[in-house]
Design a protein around this ligand. Structure first.
Ligand code: FES
Length: 139
């Protein structure tokens, strides 16, 4: 799982989860981003094409964005991205958005556990495997 986490909140929550020795699946690869609005839908598409089974985008709660309206824009963009990916045949459970504040380490653990469980049910991401629809996307 690729985790794109806002540095002001969700990334700190992940850090806090580590400091508090909370257990969560080790198969999340976290990248700190300046704000959830920084996440370009192409990053998500590229991650799925690279073989990540899912992408978690997480930012500050509505009203708490460090850049005031960034997370509202991210929410709209993620909604459209979800519909676009669904049209490509990607199960919507592979891409998730969540609001997690810096003190919600327990919520970060819950979200990651839930997402990993969903992805285990779905199985590996083969949507963009070499002889799959990826060729169709490129043409
Ligand atoms: Fe955290 Fe914008 S600063 S979502």
């Amino acid at each position: 799982v690729l985790g794109l986490l806002c540095k002001w909140c969700s990334y700190s929550a992940a850090d806090l989860a580590g400091t508090r020795h909370r257990k969560y699946p080790a198969n999340i690869y976290i990248i700190q981003v300046p704000c959830s609005s920084w996440v370009d839908p192409l990053f998500i598409l590229k991650a799925l094409r690279m073989g990540f089974d899912g992408v978690l985008v997480s930012g500050c709660h509505p009203g708490d964005c460090h850049y005031q309206t960034g997370n509202y824009r991210a929410r709209r963009r993620m909604s459209l991205t979800g519909k676009f990916l669904e049209n490509l045949g990607v199960d919507p459970r592979r891409v998730k958005m969540s609001w997690i504040s810096a003190t919600e380490d327990y919520k970060f653990v819950e979200v990651v556990n839930e997402m990993v469980a969903d992805l285990k049910d779905l199985g590996p991401n083969s949507m963009f495997a070499d002889n799959g629809p990826r060729d169709a996307v490129e043409t």
